[in-house]
Design a protein. Sequence first.
Length: 251
Amino acid sequence: MGDIFSIAGGIGGLQLIHEFAHWIVAKTKNIRTGLPILLPSAQLGIFGCITPLRSFPDSRTCLFDFSAAGPCLTFIVSIALYIFGLIQTVGATTEALATFPVLPAVLFKSSFLIGTLSTTIAPKIMMLPPAQPVPIHPLCCIAQIGLYTSALNLLPLGRTDGGRLSTSVFGPKSAALLSNVVFALMCVICLTKKSVLLIFWGLLSLIWQRSPEIPTRDSVTDVNDSRILLYVAVIVVSMLTLLPFPGGSAL
């Protein structure tokens, strides 16, 4: 029972980090925001929050910085926690392992990124049968949720963080087209790979965050090359997180 509360607290802490990063950038960029609206998830516990904008960002660069701050910081923290948790698991005593939460081995192959980190630090886990229960440090459980929620939020859909990033990089019209393409691809993936996680996230995005974002005051000036490179990097990392490791299946 203690592990459940500690894991739930850790997941909530990652979401606070996400929202705090948004808040800091919003203050520095003079962007007014509404109260975050929690999005519960039957699979992850939480998908994240909807953070509405209450004022027009000055530029596409401001919108980019605001949108990137939350998921990027949460991604970095989650990767660090996962690596540390794996190291603690590998070095744990038999008595300590008996107190850890248990996950089926198949979950470690549900993400290419998680599978790669696990193969590097704890390769024996990746050789276990899919249904084999694996004791794992609670930080790994927390970090996995943080990685999945960040990856989902970075998909270029509607008014999600990823949708706002694509709007700042490509402009509103191209971002709307990209959002429709991603929705279509998600439908194909859901039908072929039966990804429950993508089904629910797609439905939530379609219902609550499909409409375009409010425009920036300066919608003509492009973001600089370094931000475009960051955008490409976060999309790649997001895909690596959501795509399964070889031999695994998506959540």
